[in-house]
Design a protein. Structure first.
Length: 241
């Protein structure tokens, strides 16, 4: 018989908290990136804004400003990817001294005392989250490079209207895919904060996971930023009529 890989102190609340965490993360991501099509959140407003941006870009002879804006976002991707690697290096270092880290966390009065094996699983969850974030950031960076190629290949004005609209929509969609990957990486940071709650117990873990979803939902659909962007998107649509 093979020995069980599950720690002996892994409880049903811990298992439920872990699956609740996955449900919160995956569910929010699927709703935001796949299912939500109506223009009711920041991401959906910005899809429209990017289409208008690319139409203006094709109308311009000088596209230096557009390249600078793309370059700024690429620098953000590079920054987050580099920071992600530093966090991963710290986590791997902590795994190398896991016994000391286990003692330090276990001696905190607010932390739940667990076995070393269970503590290692919690640390490995953080490693997995930041590894996922690193792949998202680097994929976003690659996609922004593809967007640069698409922008560079756009013909100079005047461009016939059907061709102009189709080309602008294509470039805007490619940029949206890059932004979606960047958002996925940044979302990993938020849910990594929720995963830290597992050190304090399964119920805190569940509460932190739900809190992250509430914070992200508020920023996407009920924040002052959403209202400002919605007003701008509506004005862009009216100016097109």
């Amino acid at each position: 018989m093979f020995p069980s890989l599950a720690p002996s102190d892994l409880s049903l609340p811990d298992i439920a908290a872990f699956f609740w965490f996955l449900l919160c993360w995956i569910g929010f991501t699927v709703i935001q990136d796949r299912l939500l099509t109506a223009r009711v959140a920041v991401n959906q407003h910005l899809k429209l804004v990017r289409r208008h941006w690319m139409r203006r870009m094709i109308d311009r002879d000088n596209r230096i400003m557009d390249s600078q804006l793309i370059g700024h976002t690429m620098h953000s991707c590079t920054f987050f990817a580099s920071t992600n690697m530093l966090v991963l290096a710290g986590l791997v270092g902590a795994l190398g001294a896991v016994e000391h880290a286990h003692d330090v966390i276990g001696n905190l009065t607010i932390a739940v005392r667990t076995s070393r094996e269970f503590f290692e699983l919690k640390m490995l969850l953080l490693v997995a989250i930041f590894t996922f974030g690193f792949f998202k950031f680097t994929w976003a960076l690659r996609q922004y490079n593809y967007c640069c190629a698409l922008i560079g290949s756009a013909p100079l004005p005047p461009v016939p209207e059907p061709e102009r609209s189709a080309m602008a929509d294509t470039i805007a969609e490619a940029m949206t895919l890059a932004v979606t990957a960047l958002n996925g990486g940044m979302r990993a940071y938020y849910f990594a904060m929720a995963a830290l709650g597992w050190m304090l117990g399964p119920w805190v873990f569940m509460l932190c996971s739900a809190a992250v979803v509430i914070v992200l939902t508020r920023r996407q659909g009920f924040s002052a930023t959403e209202k400002v962007i919605r007003v701008q998107a509506d004005a862009l649509e009216k100016s097109r009529l």
